[in-house]
Every structure is written in structure tokens, then in C-alpha cells.
Design a protein around this ligand. Structure first.
Ligand SMILES: [Zn+2]
Length: 414
């Protein structure tokens, strides 16, 4: 049965709302990782997006800011961005949306009452609540085996929450090879900076070790705008001789996230990274020369989005995902999602949350779902204007592929 155009918007809205989400990229951890899982109002307020926004507004040096305790930092950000001016930026609005979704009174502006709410829920209840509010089925973490705190948690073999999937992140290996070498050596891997001897097989052994330990659903790396491929740098050699063959043999996808200019303002620390335009030719070469490897790609610069979507039309082993970081703003999500749908139909992964704080999944998915709904309704309206008919079951099928089906296919999840 076809829907009337009046019922179309309501039906899309309902299907999107009900669609469970598999969030392909976050920085969240399951509760078994202890304090690596960030949660609650003080973490929400001290998100690095808000640190950068606060330090634009007050005459305070980043060093002074970071010298304060967490609660004092959160107080300052609340006062500066929420009380002394209206919280209209996307990152600020996100905090308010989250409070509202949790049923808190946003008109009270009473930070202490928000703190009381979060301190009264256990970590297990908190994870369940955030998953319920965002309608999450699963999230993919970002797991760095070079991080001493994180790797020791993996070594201790804490119990796994099956809703938290692992992604083996390779930034130290691929971006700072000279610093990775001594760490690998210390852990018993016979590697050399000049790639002599057993280096290639030993890095391969390292990957194999962590594949067994983490059972990752993909391998990932964040890359600078200058990333190129093929390339004779250590990164190029590692990709060619170790990472890509490893992906080919194991069937694990490789997920480069390209375009981060690291620490453009070092004093700002995590808030100090920026964006640069990347070379999509490098992505095309990766896909062309490695047809058996599946690539999941997200690019940070708005200016690269059209070229990336066109590249995805040419290579079926390229899956575009998410509106990443500085792109995760309503105006840009709408523009990018519309363009992708026009070029790729439904064969892309429209969004990931990139959440660093548990509660961020609540607003990031709510805001994104609103925009994806809007884009879908417009596309269906255009179709129906031709006399094409649409049933609710077809809309549900399409929506589900956008929010979890495409992710599950890309990650080989059941
Ligand atoms: Zn991220």
C-alpha cells in the first residue's frame, strides 16, 4: 500500500526514531575499562570542543585552564558558554539536548542539580540509559594498543560488554614510526627503524597478537591532510608490506580517517587539532591497487566531500561513513547527506557519533536523526511526484540500512 504524501513525513520520522543504531566510530569504552569510560555532566562540559569555544571568550591561557581541577573547569565553561551568553553552538546545544533527553529541567540552569542526577546513577545504569535514549544496539570503540593504560586493561582480560565492539587503532605505528619502534622493541618485537631484518614479520606478529586479544571489527588510523599513497615513507611501507596484506588475509576492513592537522595550537592539547584538505587521489589508489581490501573512509574537510562521494561510485570496496568532527554541524550534515544520497543512493553510512563522553551519543544521534529524516522525506517526495509509490515496509527497509544494515554489512556482523 502506498502512503499519501501527508503521511510520508510521519512515517519516515517514526521509522528513523525506531531504527536501532550501530555507531561505527566512537571513543567510548565499556565499563570494564574503568575510568577510561568518560560520563556525566562535568565530562560533557569539558569536552574539547567546548574548551576551544570557552578560551575564545575569556582572557585565559590554556595552561591556566588545564591547571584547574575537572569540576572547576566545568564550572568555568558553564558560566562562560551557558550563562554569560546563549549556548547556540552545536557542541553547546548538544549538552542542553542531552539534559532534556534525560528528563532534566533545562530552564533551571541549575548545574548542581544536574550533577546530582549523574552522581545518583551507577555506571551500569548509566550505560543502559544512554544506549536506550540513543536507541543504540552497539558502538565501536577506538582501541590503541600503544596506550599503556588501555593496553594493560586488555592484558588483564576484563569481561567484555558485547555492545562495545573493538577497532584496532594504529596511529602510533603509521604516524610516528620512530617513536613506535622502541615501544615495540620493549614489548619483545624484533623491529628496526630502517625496516631491516625481521621488521615486517614482527609488526605482523604484533597485529596478530592484538587481533586475537581485541577481536576488532576493523583497523583504523587518523591521517594528516598530506597523506598520500603509494608512498616510500615508513607509513607507505607499513601499509604496503604489513597492514594491507593483513587486511586482505583476515578480511578486516581498513578505516583511514583523513584530514587532521594535529596540534595546530599545541597549548590547547586535544582542543588544538585542526583540518586541512586531503588528496582523494590517495583513496582512489588504495581502492584500485587493493581490490580485495574493504575501505571505510571518513574525510574531515568539507571541500573533499564531493570528490570522495564520486570516488565511492567508482570503487565498490569503498564505503564512505559519517560527518566527522568539524562537519558534525546541522548545516553541513544536511548538505553532505543530501549530496551523498544523490550520488550514492542508500549505499553509505550517513553518520557516526565520535562520542568521547557516553552521554554525547544521546544528542549526537538525536540531532543527526532529525536531519537525516528531513533529507529522506525530501527525496521520497521527489520520487512520489513522479507517481512512484512507497510503502511503510520499504521506508523501514531503507532507514534500517542507513542506521545499522550498511554498518553490519561493512563489518561482517551478523
Ligand atoms: Zn574520532
Amino acid at each position: 500500500m502506498s502512503l499519501s504524501s501527508e503521511r510520508l513525513a510521519k512515517t519516515v520520522e517514526k521509522c528513523v526514531l525506531e531504527a536501532p543504531v550501530v555507531d561505527i566510530h566512537t571513543h567510548l569504552y565499556s565499563s570494564s575499562f574503568g575510568d577510561l569510560l568518560l560520563r556525566g555532566i562535568d565530562e560533557l562540559l569539558t569536552y574539547h570542543y567546548l574548551i576551544a569555544e570557552t578560551l575564545r571568550c575569556i582572557p585565559m591561557k590554556p595552561k591556566e585552564y588545564y591547571a584547574m581541577g575537572k569540576e572547576e573547569q566545568a564550572d568555568l565553561i558553564w558560566k562562560t558558554l551557558f550563562l554569560e551568553r546563549s549556548p547556540v553552538s552545536e557542541a553547546c546545544r548538544g549538552v542542553v539536548t542531552t539534559l532534556q533527553e534525560y528528563g532534566l529541567d533545562t530552564s533551571s540552569r541549575d548545574l548542581d542539580s544536574y550533577r546530582r542526577f549523574f552522581s545518583n546513577i551507577s555506571v551500569e545504569e548509566h550505560v543502559d540509559l544512554a544506549f536506550k535514549k540513543a536507541n543504540l544496539e552497539a558502538v565501536v570503540m577506538t582501541n590503541d594498543p600503544f596506550d599503556p593504560v588501555e593496553s594493560s586493561r586488555w592484558e588483564e582480560g576484563a569481561e567484555r560488554d558485547p555492545r562495545f565492539l573493538a577497532a584496532l587503532r594504529l596511529d602510533p605505528l603509521l604516524n610516528t614510526w620512530t617513536s613506535a619502534v622502541p615501544i615495540l622493541k620493549e614489548r619483545g618485537y624484533d623491529v628496526a627503524e630502517d625496516f631491516s631484518g625481521k621488521t615486517v614479520s614482527e609488526v605482523r606478529r604484533f597485529l596478530e597478537y592484538w587481533r586475537k586479544k581485541m577481536e576488532p571489527v576493523y583497523l583504523a588510523v587518523s591521517l594528516p591532510p598530506e597523506f598520500t599513497y603509494p608512498d616510500t615513507s615508513p607509513r607507505g611501507r607499513l601499509l604496503e608490506d604489513v597492514i594491507l596484506p593483513f587486511c586482505k588475509e583476515t578480511g578486516l576492513p581498513f578505516a583511514p580517517m583523513i584530514g587532521v592537522k594535529k596540534l595546530i595550537n599545541p597549548e590547547l592539547r586535544l582542543a588544538g587539532d585542526s583540518v586541512g584538505k586531503s588528496c582523494i587521489g590517495a583513496v582512489e589508489q588504495l581502492c584500485l591497487r587493493n581490490p580485495e581490501v574493504r575501505f571505510l573512509v571518513s574525510i574531515l574537510s568539507r571541500e573533499n566531500q564531493h570528490e570522495l562521494a564520486v570516488a565511492a561510485r567508482k570503487f565498490s570496496n569503498l564505503k564512505v561513513f559519517g560527518c566527522w568532527w568539524f562537519l558534525n554541524n546541522p548545516s553541513l550534515v544536511e548538505e553532505i547527506t543530501t549530496m551523498r544520497m544523490e550520488l550514492l543512493g542508500l549505499s553509505f553510512i550517513p553518520q557516526h557519533s565520535d562520542a568521547r563522553v557516553l552521554d554525547q551519543v544521546v544528542y549526537k544521534w538525536k540531532h543527526s536523526k532529525e536531519i537525516i529524516t528531513k533529507v529522506l522525506v525530501r527525496k521520497y517526495q521527489d520520487l512520489m511526484a513522479t507517481g512512484w509509490t512507497l510503502g511503510e515496509d520499504e521506508i523501514k527497509r531503507d532507514v534500517n540500512s542507513l542506521f545499522y544494515g550498511n554498518v553490519k554489512d561493512a563489518l561482517n556482523l551478523a
